[in-house]
Write a new protein. Structure first.
Length: 255
């Protein structure tokens, strides 16, 4: 059962002249991962054949329903906002936005109608002739030593940001939610652990005579910060109990 936000249904992904069927299939998979379903392909330079199907995996429905068109105006028809993708500046790229800035711009119109995000060819991206149809571009910030991204990877990153911003990211259910041993340890259980720790560090003469409780307070602070579960506290109780029992063979227990 899909739990995708209705807002994502207003997102359109457009690939302009993709050259590789594998990339188109991977794009479909990336879209499916993040709740997108509307794909248009402008003048594909490849056959959307078995290679595309293999990479699409469980998203073949997106591949099969993709619109194949000959012009960009056909692909963006009815859109309220069209953003291209580009990793460089220039008169045809402006305003050139970060992905985060692009999400803010998309938010302004997404509940009112379709928004199209356009991706260019694998080798050289969108041309100035393509960009005249856009209202700005988004750039995925990368290390300046390597700014070129694989086409489907670029789609994946943008789709992820769209889903985080406009989708319904669901936390994974906690498989141990009803296990009492996976609940936070109580103060009483922690106090018993601290007593065991104190006994062991005293027996092994680690605890100094001067301000010895300061050492134990460091342990207290550490465990309080880490919020251990009952299972973890019980494990440590067992460890320190065994240490204490072993040391009793050689050292007199002062407690």
């Amino acid at each position: 059962m899909s739990v995708t936000s209705p807002m994502l249904d207003n997102i359109r992904i457009v690939l302009v002249e993709p050259q590789g069927a594998l990339n188109v299939g991977s794009t479909c998979r990336a879209m499916k991962n993040f709740g997108l379903s509307h794909l248009s392909v402008v003048r594909p330079g490849c056959q959307l054949n078995l290679d595309a199907v293999k990479m699409a995996m469980h998203s073949t429905d997106i591949l099969e329903s993709a619109r194949i068109v000959q012009t960009i105006p056909e692909a963006i028809e009815g859109s309220l906002l069209v953003l291209g993708t580009a990793n460089r500046r220039g008169e045809y790229h402006e305003p050139n936005l970060t992905v985060q800035e692009g999400m803010l711009k998309i938010r302004q119109v997404l509940d009112k109608g379709p928004v199209t995000i356009m991706f260019g060819r694998e080798e050289w991206g969108l041309t100035k002739e393509d960009l005249v149809h856009t209202m700005g571009t988004m750039r995925i910030v990368t290390d300046p030593e390597c700014t070129s991204l694989n086409l489907s990877q670029a789609v994946l990153l943008i789709a992820y940001e769209l889903y985080q911003t406009f989708g319904n990211p669901m936390p994974l259910p906690n498989p141990f939610a009803d296990d009492p041993y996976e609940q936070p340890a109580t103060t009483e259980e922690l106090a018993r652990l601290f007593n065991h720790i104190q006994a062991v560090v005293t027996m092994c003469e680690f605890k100094p005579l001067l301000n010895g409780d300061g050492i134990i307070q460091i342990f207290r602070t550490f465990f309080h910060r880490s919020s251990p579960t009952l299972r973890e506290v019980n494990l440590l109780m067992g460890v320190f109990s065994n240490l204490r029992g072993f040391m009793r063979k050689f050292v007199k227990d002062p407690l």
